[in-house]
Design a binder for this molecule. Structure first.
Ligand code: AMP
Ligand code: GLY
Length: 424
């Protein structure tokens, strides 16, 4: 079987690493991939917004399954494009159709869906340019801090949490006046949830689902969860506070009603669902849906899956996921992300990465890297995720940090406190 995986980050390297271990796979292609994915498959340099090029690769390489890593092609309708074209309609794509991808692509749609299917989430209201005045009045009825969210995709930057009412009202006005372009034409204002976050993932064939290992990521650039938001600086799985009782609540109150809701809405969803949750005094609330795996969560979730991932994809495609086997490694897995100087603001690229060959006891997942004639160079803000197993979180972290010191590039930065809030 030949597989085409779309994407180029640490998430895709982790998925490619796992797909490459499957005995069912003959050829793995990654488009566009990075310096790490070329170790486990063949990179193909095409743009993911160019669906015709993706279709051409599928034909040329006799692809049997397409796996979509990031959200943008899903939100743009790649699944619908494949389904509607007679040449590709029989090629399964792991990812939801455009309407399903709105769970991530539109916060307003996601909140509506949760309200309709009674999935616990923060109370909210949506506003647009014609209702700025009502939005400001609505803010006056809430207490601080105020949570303002751009409706559309805003590269993870569209959520503002503001302590002061007047500032929140000004921000609402700025957002509706185009602070995040099209994405903030509609703004969701919601109640602040006070708790601790975690991510839960499932793969679904549209009727049944398998729950993958949960994870916690560390989004802020600074130690102690301070400073600007990033794509994620590290992650841990399992999450110690997510005990059996809590995870049962997640399944009963969040996962099941979400899958049932998708069925009722006639959305044929085959792919991953990422539930961004807040644990508020032992009760799960949905902060956001994503229609893909998380990054860097994938770099700790995938290593803990012992079963064949490609078999899960096949069963998803065939609507037989119910029968699939999913065995999870009991060990902990941690990942520490090395980032470029300046990230998450303007950052440097093109720095040579050295000592990769000296890494031991960890698995390296490349994120923003590129192969050149004389070695591997940095090519993004997040550069390399260092994933390690351990009997507990601390033994895994010791290995990740040992290798975070070993790997070198000019301007290397990383958080030294991944997991800091999880030790009892
Ligand atoms: P989102 O893009 O919706 O995941 O929001 C980004 C981040 O903002 C989340 O990871 C949370 O840390 C925070 N956040 C979002 N919504 C809320 C909320 N209602 N209460 C508290 N924090 C929130
Ligand atoms: N790490 C968070 C995300 O992938 O959205």
């Amino acid at each position: 079987m030949n597989i085409l995986l779309l994407g180029s980050g640490g998430r895709e390297h982790a998925l490619a690493w796992k797909i490459n271990q499957s005995k069912i796979v003959k050829n793995l292609y990654i488009a566009p991939g990075n310096a790490g994915t070329s170790d486990v498959g063949e990179n193909i340099n095409i743009s993911l917004s160019d669906f015709e090029s993706v279709k051409k690769v599928v034909a040329d390489k006799r692809i049997d399954i397409v796996v979509v890593g990031p959200e943008q092609p899903l939100v743009d309708g790649i699944v619908d494009f494949f389904e509607l074209d007679p040449d590709t309609k029989n090629i399964p794509v792991i990812g939801p159709p455009k309407l399903g991808a709105k769970l991530e692509g539109s916060k307003d749609f996601a909140k509506d869906f949760m309200q309709k299917y009674q999935i616990p989430t923060a109370k909210y209201k949506s506003f647009n340019k014609n209702s700025i005045h009502d939005g400001k009045k609505f803010l006056e009825t809430l207490s601080a801090p105020y949570v303002l969210k751009a409706d559309g995709l805003a590269a993870g930057k569209g959520v503002l949490i503001i302590d002061n009412l007047k500032e929140a009202q000004v921000s609402l006005e700025n957002m509706l006046n185009g602070q995040f372009g099209e994405a903030s034409k509609t703004v969701v204002i919601e109640e602040f949830l006070d708790g601790i976050e975690l991510s839960v993932f499932v793969i679904t064939d549209g009727k049944s689902y398998k729950i993958l290992p949960e994870a916690k990521d560390y989004k802020r650039i600074g130690e102690g969860d301070t400073g600007l938001n990033t794509g994620g600086m590290g992650a841990v799985s399992p999450v110690p506070f997510a005990d059996k009782e809590f995870l049962l609540k997640v399944e009963k109150r969040v996962i099941k009603p979400t899958i049932d809701g998708l069925i009722k809405e006639n959305i044929k969803y085959k792919g991953f669902i990422f539930f961004g949750l807040m644990n508020v005094k032992g009760d799960p609330y949905v902060i956001e849906y994503n229609v893909r795996m998380g990054d860097p969560e994938t770099e700790v979730v995938i290593p803990r899956i012992k079963s064949d991932l490609v078999n899960l994809f096949i069963q998803t495609a065939n609507n037989t996921l119910e029968n699939a086997e999913l065995i999870i490694d009991e060990n902990f897995c941690t990942t520490v992300m090395l980032v470029s100087r300046g990230y998450p603001e303007k950052y440097e690229k093109g720095k040579k990465i050295t000592n990769l060959e000296d890494v031991s006891e960890s698995t390296i997942f490349h994120a923003g890297t590129i192969d050149k004639d004389d070695g591997v160079y940095t090519n993004g803000g997040r550069v390399i995720a260092i994933s390690s197993y351990g009997e507990n979180m601390d033994t895994a972290l010791v290995k990740s940090y040992k290798n975070a010191k070993t790997i070198e590039f000019e301007g290397k930065n990383y958080r030294k406190d991944i997991g800091f809030d999880l030790n009892e």
